[in-house]
Design a protein around this ligand. Structure first.
Ligand SMILES: Nc1ncnc2c1ncn2[C@@H]1O[C@H](COP(=O)(O)OP(=O)(O)OP(=O)(O)O)[C@@H](O)[C@H]1O
Ligand SMILES: [Mg+2]
Length: 300
């Protein structure tokens, strides 16, 4: 049998799409109408297929605005002053319509209550709503909606009224509705803000499954331990400016992120106090910290 060398690397890993740029943001500047300040000020970063990118920063630093710039809501819906370029899955946002972009980029907003249509009587209908708008055949709608409900573990609520759900269940319903549309890029603005620790872990597990399937995931998150464990790269925003874009380990080891209003994960802070890192890079997760505490030289 012929091996398709384009898709398999030396380690046998499937590299289909590897290295394909899914998001390219170049010198993006944006000001809301009637505002005198730039909400986004010269932002540049890139994301590849299957990568998980986190936006972090203080309240008002521009995380949600940048999320909306990836979906075209900035500038097409909000209007305002816009400069630079945003390209998603090969599509230039400025010269595409919101509905064209919506096929490629799904978003879950910061407040899940705003995402519920209010027009549907059951959770199932709410999740299937976007699919019906796409005009898909009935069987395809059922398959996709059922799969999304199961992935987010809310299939047992499917016959309930959307507004009878808790905040966390509603957040998962919003994610399910977006996933069912099968976008190539998903943007989640504080996806676990309403969830308890177990619910958060389940959402991150679902996102892991999706990025393993090649989806590019962008999220904002105030829980630094979560974003450091989950994301491949982190963009730190402060007052609409990009202060750093790097892997969690490089970012929290090499830079003084506190100056930008971001505290490193507690595991990194503990290890900084206690240990001398052999390679100059500190742990960012609990598992890495446990390993380092067992093996690295202790500062006396
Ligand atoms: N619709 C809007 N009209 C005018 N200004 C806005 C609008 N939405 C946000 N802003 C302003 O843009 C800046 C960035 O806000 P944004 O909501 O993107 O921040 P954020 O990092 O998501 O904050 P948070 O952590 O509170 O969610 C803030 O100064 C905010 O006041
Ligand atoms: Mg926000």
């Amino acid at each position: 049998m012929m091996l398709d060398v384009r898709r398999i690397n030396a380690c046998g890993l499937n590299l289909e799409g590897c290295g394909v740029k899914k998001i390219i943001v170049e010198h993006l500047k944006y000001r809301y109408p009637q505002s005198t300040e730039l909400a986004l000020n010269d932002i540049s970063f890139e994301a590849e297929e299957g990568e998980k990118i986190g936006f972090i920063g203080c309240n008002g630093s521009g995380k949600s605005t940048l999320c909306q710039a990836l979906t075209g809501l900035v500038p097409h819906f909000y209007r305002g002053a816009y400069g630079g370029h945003v390209t998603v899955d090969g599509m230039e946002v400025m010269s595409s319509s919101i509905s064209e972009i919506a096929v490629k980029v799904g978003i879950v907003f910061q407040n899940p209550f705003t995402q519920v249509t209010g027009a549907k009587e059951t959770v199932y209908d709410e999740v299937a709503f976007g699919l019906e708008n796409l005009g898909l055949p009935r069987g395809e709608i059922i398959t996709r909606a059922d799969a999304a409900l199961k992935l987010l573990r809310i299939d047992r609520f499917k016959d309930q009224a959307p507004f009878s759900l808790s905040g966390g269940q509603m957040q998962r319903m919003a994610i399910a509705g977006m996933i069912a549309m099968r976008p190539r890029i998903i943007v989640l603005d504080e996806p676990t803000s309403q969830l308890d620790p177990q619910g958060s872990d389940e959402v991150y597990q679902a996102l892991d499954d999706l990025s393993a399937q090649g989806l590019t995931v962008v999220l904002t998150e105030h829980k630094i331990e979560k974003v450091a464990r989950y994301c491949d790269k982190i963009l730190i925003l402060q007052n609409g400016r990009s202060m750093a874009f790097d892997t969690p380990a490089q970012l929290f080891s090499a830079k003084n992120t506190e100056a930008w209003g971001v505290r490193p994960p507690v595991y990194t802070r503990v290890c900084r106090e206690l240990l001398r890192p052999p390679a100059g890079v500190y742990p960012v997760t609990l598992a890495e910290a446990g390993e380092a505490l067992a093996n690295w030289e202790v500062i006396l």
